[in-house]
Design a protein around this ligand. Sequence first.
Ligand SMILES: C[S@@+](CC[C@H](N)C(=O)[O-])C[C@H]1O[C@@H](n2cnc3c(N)ncnc32)[C@H](O)[C@@H]1O
Length: 336
Amino acid sequence: MEATIVSDKSRHYPVLLKEIISIISPQYGGTFIDCTFGQGGYTKEILKFSNTKVIAIDRDIESKKIADQIKKNFADRFLFKNMKFSQLTNLKLKNENIKGVFFDLGYSLNQMKDHKKGLSFTSKGQLNMKLGLNDFSAKEVINKLSFNDLQKIFKYFGDEKDSKKIANKIIKERVKYEINTGDLVNIIDSVKKRNNSKIHKSTKVFQAIRIFVNREISELINGLINATKILKKDGVLAVVTFHSLEDKIVKYFFRSLSENKSISRYQPKITQSEPLLYMTERKPIIPSKKELNENIASRSAKLRFVIKKKNFFNFDSDIFEKFKSFIEIENIGNEL
Ligand SMILES: C[S@@+](CC[C@H](N)C(=O)[O-])C[C@H]1O[C@@H](n2cnc3c(N)ncnc32)[C@H](O)[C@@H]1O
């Protein structure tokens, strides 16, 4: 009889760990860049192979505590930097043989449970949502931005159909008091009709504010471009996403740079040089039943990867143009 696996909700499980390791193949050695170090789940697995080196980054300074522990055992093969992955090209990587760069987007369980960070609608206290190295907090977003800006954020980053009603109520309430996390949950609850959906009424708005405060769209786009730049020929770029907008961006970036588009569909395809990226799987890899059983938080994870086929540093991508409308919404934050 198969044993029932009970998920331990108090610890962070590295999502799709086995799949990531099998894709980046650390057993053959090389330098790997863990762009979202978190609790170090992926990094620790790679360091088990003695001919590897890991450069790990995370914008959350809390991660440094775990990094310091790893450093004690792997001083010559492990380096941690508290920085944002949009700035990957600032790393000094002159003689590094970069075999793999990977991202595990989203938040670790420790971050979600941290009331001071206030990422979750179950948090107590002030609105915050800053992961680290941010310019403004959720408190400023909710208490300062206009009706128009708030409703755009909720609609486009959260896919929230009651965005106008919620933004309207926020504007009315905030003249009476400064809105904190609990107040925002109550506002959303009072505005939205009771529904049969399994997701909490506040889920979408909270996702939208997290994306906005942490500029997740421009971080991801710049992260993908810079990761592709630093990767060596035949190196692997792998990304785990957790919501549809992230996945759309990754899918577009990978597909557009791995296809040879003909100039016109009415003309015969002209012979072009090999594309920059090679995609072996068009469909994303998703968690197995066993993983879902152990860690329900992995249910929306999707893993996509590509192999870089050239040693180019500079290349063209129309990804900023493609997602321009989302970047424009993030730029509202420049007013804060
Ligand atoms: C889901 S966790 C990663 C968990 C990690 N793979 C593990 O096994 O422990 C995502 C991490 O990415 C970090 N992060 C998110 N956006 C970032 C960015 N733009 N730059 C650097 N780190 C970022 C978060 O602070 C968080 O620690």
